[in-house]
Design a protein around this ligand. Structure first.
Ligand code: NAD
Length: 290
């Protein structure tokens, strides 16, 4: 396929490189990031988008997505797929998709999980919102860039799935870290804590696959000085998006709100920026009640 790829940062760069390596003709644009091997540089977003079968965007946030989409939609071929893989607010995803549809394009929102490692290895999970036929067109690209693509429903539903998943992740990581800190103070051995919880009803991805205690469980950022991994500020971004969405639809999400507040404090007032989101464990360890 002829693909335009806009936003070649930490995630977009390796995703575009994988598409090129799989034999697709990829033309990319990014004002800052380097161009990966196999990707033909374009002079602008418009140049990257003009005449392509699929245009993929992988951008920092909703306002930038809205600006880029407004810039390129007019030059895109009618019927082309506009595939946004960024994590953005549900309102921006739905607004961009509605505009794209009105201009004869086929929009999909397809945020990912799997991080930079998954982007490089081509093992991302895509959570996709949009029409069946657009999903079918993009399916071969999801296969190259990822290991799984779930068609969640109409456009915006991909972003909805992503922020609900990451709200659970943030909350369970906090619970796992505070439980380890409590177990420490109770004198319970960390390995024993892991062996029990990972096979009992407290198990979760945070405990079993990404254990925040160094030297316990499978390799995780805790074993690497809490270097990300998934940075605390990216978790904060997703928790803010989930609260923004919850406010918009009047959903009661008290632990999601607490998780947002805690990561906000950790990133903005403490030393959490640049650390993995599991670095809440040493934070709790160093604190006392109250
Ligand atoms: P990044 O900042 O490394 O990349 C974003 C790129 O967009 C940058 O290179 C920037 O120059 C480019 N950009 C900004 N404005 C542009 C414009 N007008 N035109 C073209 N390019 C423009 O961020 P990232 O880590 O690659 O993340 C991208 C998206 O993926 C974000 O929405 C993020 O939340 C999401 N995400 C990231 C991860 C992760 O682990 N990094 C995991 C899942 C989802």
């Amino acid at each position: 396929m002829q693909i335009g790829f806009i936003g070649l940062g930490n995630m977009g760069g390796p995703m575009a490189a994988n598409l090129a390596a799989a034999g697709h003709e990829v033309t990319g644009f990014d004002p800052v990031a380097p161009y990966p091997d196999g990707v033909t540089p374009a002079k602008s977003g418009k140049d990257a988008a003009r005449g392509r079968d699929v245009v993929i965007t992988m951008l920092p946030d909703g306002p930038i997505l809205r600006a880029v989409a407004a810039d390129i939609m007019g030059v895109m071929t009618k019927g082309a797929v506009l595939l946004d893989c960024s994590t953005v607010d549900v309102d921006s995803a739905r607004a961009v998709a509605a505009d794209a549809e009105a201009m004869g394009l086929r929009p999909l929102d397809a945020p990912v999980s799997g991080g930079v490692g998954g982007a490089s290895a081509g093992t991302l999970t895509f959570m996709v919102g949009g029409s069946d036929d657009a999903f079918k067109t993009a399916a071969p690209l999801f296969e190259v860039m990822g290991q799984k693509a779930v068609h969640c429903g109409a456009y915006g539903d991909g972003q909805a799935a992503k922020i609900c998943n990451n709200m659970i992740l943030g909350v369970t990581m906090i619970a796992t870290c505070e439980a380890f800190a409590l177990a420490d103070k109770l004198g319970l051995d960390r390995q024993a804590m892991f062996d029990v919880v990972s096979t009992s009803s407290g198990y979760s991805w945070s405990m079993n696959a990404y254990c925040p205690a160094p030297g316990i469980g499978p390799q995780s950022p805790a074993d690497n000085g809490y270097r990300p991994g998934f940075a605390a500020e990216l978790m904060l971004k997703d928790l803010r998006l989930s609260q923004q969405a919850a406010e918009a639809v009047d959903a009661d999400t008290p632990t999601g709100q607490l998780a947002r507040d805690l990561y906000e404090r950790f990133v903005e007032s403490e030393d959490g920026r640049g650390k993995d989101f599991s670095a809440l464990l040493p934070r709790f360890e160093a604190r006392s009640r109250g």
